[in-house]
Design a protein around this ligand. Sequence first.
Ligand code: PEP
Ligand code: MG
Length: 602
Amino acid sequence: MARQVISGIPVSAGIAIGKAFFVNRSLRGRLPRQTVASALIGEEIERLERAFVEAETELMAIRDRIPDELQEHKHIINSHVMILKDPKILGSAKKYVNEHQLNAEWALEKAVADLEKAFSALHDTYIRERMQDVQAVVERVQSRLLGEQRDASAIEGRVIIMAHDLTPADTVVLDVNKIIAFVVAMGGKTSHTGIMARTMGIPAMVGVSELEAEVSDGDLVIIDGFKGKVIIAPDDEELATYHELQVRFDVYQRSVVKECLLPGETSDGYRVKVLANIELFEEVAVVIDNGGEGVGLYRTEYSYISRTELPNEEELVEEYTDMASILSPRRVVIRTLDLGADKFMAHFGKLEEGNPAMGLRAIRFCLTHPELFKIQLRAILRASVVGNISLMFPMISGMREVVAAKALLDEARTELRNAGIPYDPDMPIGIMIELPSAVMVAEFLAKEVDFFSIGTNDLIQYSLGIDRTNHHVSYLYQPLHPAVLRMIKQVVDAAHQEGIEVSLCGEVASDPYCVPILMGMQIDCLSMSPKAIPGIKRVIRQTSMEECKSLLRQVLECNTVSKINKLVKQTIFQRYPEELTFVTSLLDIDEGVPEHPLRPAS
Ligand code: PEP
Ligand code: MG
């Protein structure tokens, strides 16, 4: 195999050297469509049956490796096994082989298309949405027909997980102990893969469009999570260079972690609270170990996504109470459910929406499911007696939603009061500012809540009009776009005008190129992936408020993002050369990456 380098978007820092393992590949255009000679029909049917059996064995093996505490994951796998065992799909595919002499792959496609037609005629959305599970199962069988293995947990040793696409639902069945990096063909700068990889402290790349064409299972590759490169079949010299970089990164990380309990305070005494974004209860220890001053964003939807049944109120109370008690006296901001878009729950299935990012997600979903929402609200209220919990509503577009969400919260309070169940009546209530409309009315919203948290991952997506999970437009994902900077500043100023605190919890908060500018705006808190905390605290400590303000002034005078990126690159790189060697930035800052390409990456 010849040495080759392909590139993509680096979304989690670090170097990984190891073998590639694909958990899925796009099947589009790869499924052969052939007719089978009459004499070979028997063999073709056997091939089809064998693929069903192998897919089942694969699923059982995955299920057996799921730890007991993740019972719900087992349910998902069980439901897939049941679909496989249902004689309808196999029976119908066999018929296509027998009667129309189609090869197994094609016959299976036809069988699924028939089923899809039948499902779509049904009015029951739940049943129609089960079609997604059927598709997932059939893809597994198709992969087996193509001779591809999809059970990552069956492999020996630790591997670099590669995929066409990785949704939160795909990752719940992976054994994290066997993964040293993620590389995905799809995805944008703030898609779920990067967030998860940063939490795990392993490198990751997304938007690697050539991945599936160029890399095979078992290939030795280097993942450069700083520059966004996959080096296939590296030579000895490269291996040695990257081993050395890996060691240097390790030494750097250890040195910053040693200082992580020091406060995030500038040399001239300005204090920024540095908090953590987490998705799972288990990450609480990582927050403490990395000097997090609390949790600025608990993405509660992940404990819903990983199961088929809705969690009940008692389970949620226990989860939130335990988290708050362990972190006490540090603060914990619990964000209410942000389901929808790419985060959907097996219980509801993926909604049939042409444009899910702009669809029924987050607070919109909750306000249309008030009973489900109130279970979570009551649970948060009940856990609030620990004393350090704040509640935050996501995706607020204007006053109407704040008022509606607070009215439901009031109902939940009344129900608890009537039942004699205690809660903290002073629990702070905040909202996420992640829609341009919320920015524009921030001065009104600030009168309604106790704090703001700016969600730049979505704010950038909605203000620049680019899907954050789409690599074709990720070159337009520019956090330092003059429009984005003005919006952030407007929100900070509106919050301070009203005397409320403002935090920023998008990925920008952990980007050392962006942090000094945010500090210049006098942001109160930054919330980020826990492992980024030590490095960002060091950047803050090495800076003065005076220089942050001066940089902000210069940046606000620039009328294009490329001027800003250039200015920031020059100024910041000179200041923190070490920190910047070891980060992935949301900015297109590297020489190899065009700063402002006129055409999208292919
Ligand atoms: C954001 O949008 O910036 C954010 C932090 O929320 P999420 O990434 O969960 O959408
Ligand atoms: Mg968001």
